[in-house]
Write a protein that binds this ligand. Sequence first.
Ligand code: SF4
Length: 462
Amino acid sequence: MKGPTPDSFRANAEHALQDATLQHALGRAQSGFVAKRAHAIAMVDDFEQLKQRAQAAKSRALANLAPLLEQFEASVVASGGQVHWASTTGELNQQVIDICNGVGAHRIIKGKSMIGEEAGLNAAMEHAGFELVESDLGEYIIQLAQEPPSHIIAPAIHKTRQQVAELFKQFHELGDRGLTQISDLVNEARQVLRSAFLTADVGITGANLLIAENGSICIVTNEGNGDLSASLPAVHIVVASIEKVVATMDDASDILEVLARSATGQHMSAYTSFFNGPKREADAGGPKQFHIVLLDNGRSDLLGGPFESILSCIKCGACLNHCPVYTNVGGHAYGWVYPGPMGSVLTPLLQGLKATTPLPNASTFCGRCEAVCPMGIPLPQMLRTLREQQHDMALDNLPWRAGLGFYSWLSLHPRLFNRFARWIRMGLKITPRWLWPRHRQAVQPQGTTTFLAQWQHRKTKT
Ligand code: SF4
């Protein structure tokens, strides 16, 4: 059966709204993120200033992306690592498979990576015969459930505690152990993952930032699984997209100042780690090989255009947590790996407007996404531009287009407009509630006259 796609957003959303378990999980989880972010920001004297520094660091990086990437590659090579370039997700998957084959690997441990999700890396690795285990708890849960992530920082946010316990019961040898508390679930996953860390031949991780001046990569987690995936196996492969590069450690630290606060409401994530090249002689541990596979996948085409600043996105998830659409329908409704407002912009840019027609319209334009975005990305304006492009390409809904045309003509004829408004008002008053679309409250017009008539009456009185 075909799973949800961006093109089936409306049906996916309808389905999500009727899923009582999903609604329960979403309601409980989202409010925590919003309150924690607000508290973390209130604790900072001048969060605006921190945001401006982070935005400036990213803008400088995007303005100099090509030379910075070259500098990053030279720094990685100088510290003993290797950089591989991938134009497409297929190339990225093949590069990772080739590296793993080259070292005779069989078992892979993997940290959370949105680029891995974008590329469908897990499926490609499993198809190529590797045994791959996700080490991030949320990713591990959805790997067992064979589902895509539903949030960019909390991939299993749609799952209730009971559903996770059921999954562990199905896939682990629990005996007569019951898993009723969250701590039981975490300990259970920890036991299983411990042996996966110790027996893995290769560790794959994502990267939150790439630092050009010294070839380091930065991984931010709260579980420490990224650190273990990066340092225990003999080979560490990093998969990252090109726009993750920044010039200096100072720039990286400016971005880290806003990342954890916007994402989880922390001053700093529990594990904010920098990795640089393979193990040196004096190091106590670390991988013998250090590879970085850098993905473009259409991003360089966005440079210099109206959507360039979406490349500033640091995947904090704040726009998702504050979006009235995302918080009601969850991430799977968006049909691909990037949900919420940032996904409604990025997915059409990476997959094309034709295959993602409903996404630019999956917004109320309330503006909260832009207001909470630490990188100041004008998401509503970008959604508006995508809608205009859809209109120019005649991709928008034909009845809607005809309706707007009629409305535009009517607006230019005030007498007819007033008469039409009166008819509509009367029609709404007599429409039975059961004829209203589901999930909308039937607010019927009150009083005996229209707004326009009242306005006219007031004007003549004054
Ligand atoms: S668009 Fe802004 S708020 Fe949304 S994930 Fe990216 S950086 Fe965070």
